[in-house]
Design a protein around this ligand. Structure first.
Ligand SMILES: Cc1cc2nc3c(=O)[nH]c(=O)nc-3n(C[C@H](O)[C@H](O)[C@H](O)COP(=O)(O)OP(=O)(O)OC[C@H]3O[C@@H](n4cnc5c(N)ncnc54)[C@H](O)[C@@H]3O)c2cc1C
Length: 435
């Protein structure tokens, strides 16, 4: 027996669960949002000595669904774009920070792409190219843009986003739209052109911290959704006639008609066994990248590349450095700069680095690579299960989740296993399920 019954229950109060709570309460549903931790999941902003530190996501791509949500919440005026119109991305290549080419002259001159790949790339991007859905991102891009482009540009970019290897991530899972377009006989140029029709993808940070999005969502659902600070330990089908589910928590049971699962991978695996042992097993195999987020401050007079987003690293423990306050000056006090460094990845030894080893990595990157003379450490934060890897194990898990959804019409998986890992993708997926 359940202690209390709700028309809808959401497990997990990160951006996926909070967005679901927002849409459901707007539709007049009686909602329970369960999370043992503070709401917002990995979106956390901390103020320290005049700096705004993002412990989780730093920037959002201005996609339609998240922008609509920001407007509905009345916080679109808080979105700030980069301080300069044109910004670059650098990559660490042979111990130097090298700009990723963004125009034809830079493409011709860049050392990041071999002469033969440059010649072949110009032909290949205009040709249609058959892809096998089970190909890795690395395999498809090697065939499209050549081995040197993948090693020096594509692989570091994917490490920076997913924390994993392009040779593990599946093309179909990471780029479902592009995979369909290429399978339909489009060239990569044709696909990119059709995507660009909507205009250049802008990015933004929320002034005062990205957690303002969380705070606004919390305010919007206050008094309408019951926020229950409990961990869900198991889920089973209710014995009632109209179906529904019983959620066992650490302190009692909760009943619901519709269930929205807004956790991912291993977290879902732990409580889903009562619905499907197969799905639970498949989810337990989903791999994660662990990320160590380090914040560092330095004087503005230090020789940081101006108008650069940051530096990506092709290998090693360091994944990337973001020049946070160069892009968004409000994130640091006058005369200072804020740098956000990410270390880790899917290799255990990278995530388990001790503090001394982390400091050595930072020293090598800031002093050795950038020539920064002096800096202060502001904080280190570890996310053990930061980013689910969209690899072959993930594909198996998604198949199981889809089967469960077709078995139970009131069960929906809206966590980061499905629809993309970025915050804008999370909002878009939830919107597509609920609106
Ligand atoms: C360091 C880092 C940097 C990132 N950078 C960016 C970026 O710049 N831009 C971008 O768009 N995206 C970025 N991402 C990705 C993005 O932030 C996340 O994928 C997204 O926020 C995940 O949201 P979520 O709600 O699906 O999951 P989460 O935020 O992980 O929330 C899941 C929630 O479920 C709860 N939970 C778990 N188990 C249970 C249980 N049994 N019962 C109840 N509750 C449970 C947890 O406590 C948690 O609050 C970054 C992620 C990290 C970690």
């Amino acid at each position: 027996m359940a202690d209390k019954f709700y028309s809808s229950a959401i497990i997990g109060g990160g951006i996926s669960g909070l967005t679901a709570a927002y849409f459901l309460t707007k539709q007049g549903e009686e909602v329970a949002l369960l999370d043992p931790d503070s709401l917002g999941g990995v979106i956390r902003s901390v103020k320290k000595d005049g700096f705004t530190l993002e412990l989780g996501p730093n920037v959002f791509v201005k996609k339609e669904a998240i922008w609509k949500l920001m407007c509905e919440l009345g916080i679109e005026h808080l979105a700030q774009g980069p301080a300069f119109k044109k910004y670059y991305q650098h990559v660490c290549y042979r111990q130097r920070a090298v700009k990723i080419p963004s125009n034809l002259i830079e493409f011709v001159l860049t050392p990041l792409i071999s002469p033969i790949d440059k010649m072949q790339l110009l032909c290949r991007v205009f040709k249609s190219h058959s892809v096998n859905p089970s190909d890795s991102v690395g395999a498809v891009f090697r065939a499209l843009v050549g081995g040197s482009s993948v090693s020096n540009i594509v692989a570091p970019a994917f490490r920076g986003i997913f924390g994993g290897s392009v040779d593990d991530l599946l093309f179909e899972s990471v780029f479902p739209d592009m995979c369909n377009a290429l399978q339909d006989g489009k060239s990569i140029f044709g696909y990119l052109k059709s995507k660009k029709r909507g205009g250049k993808r802008e990015i933004f940070h929320i002034r005062g911290g990205n957690a303002s999005l969380v705070e606004s969502l919390k305010k919007a659902i206050a008094g309408k959704a019951a926020s229950i600070k409990k961990e869900v330990c198991s889920v089973r089908v209710a014995n009632s006639e109209d179906g529904g589910f019983i959620l066992e928590t650490s302190e009692g049971a909760i009943g619901c008609k519709k269930l929205y699962v807004a956790t991912s991978g291993a977290a879902t695996s732990r409580y889903i066994k009562g619905l499907s042992a197969e799905a639970s097993h498949a989810l337990s195999k989903v791999r994660y990248a662990g990320i160590i987020v380090v914040h560092v401050a330095c004087n503005s007079s230090e020789p940081l590349p101006k108008s650069s987003f940051g530096i990506l690293f092709p290998d090693g423990h360091m994944m990337g450095i973001m020049f946070s306050s160069i892009l968004f000056p409000d994130m640091a006090p006058e005369g200072k700069e804020l740098l956000t460094l990410c270390l880790g990845g899917t290799q255990k030894e990278s995530f388990s680095l001790g503090k001394e080893a982390i400091l050595l990595e930072i020293e090598a990157a800031l002093k050795g690579l950038l020539g920064v003379h002096s800096y202060d450490l502001l904080g280190i934060h570890r996310w053990e299960r930061a980013i689910p890897q969209y690899d072959i194990h993930h594909l198996e898990a998604v198949r199981e989740l889809k089967m469960l959804e077709s078995r139970y019409k009131n069960l929906h998986f809206i966590g980061a296993d499905i629809g993309g890992i970025s915050v804008p993708d999370r909002v878009a997926l939830v919107e597509s399920v609920l609106i």
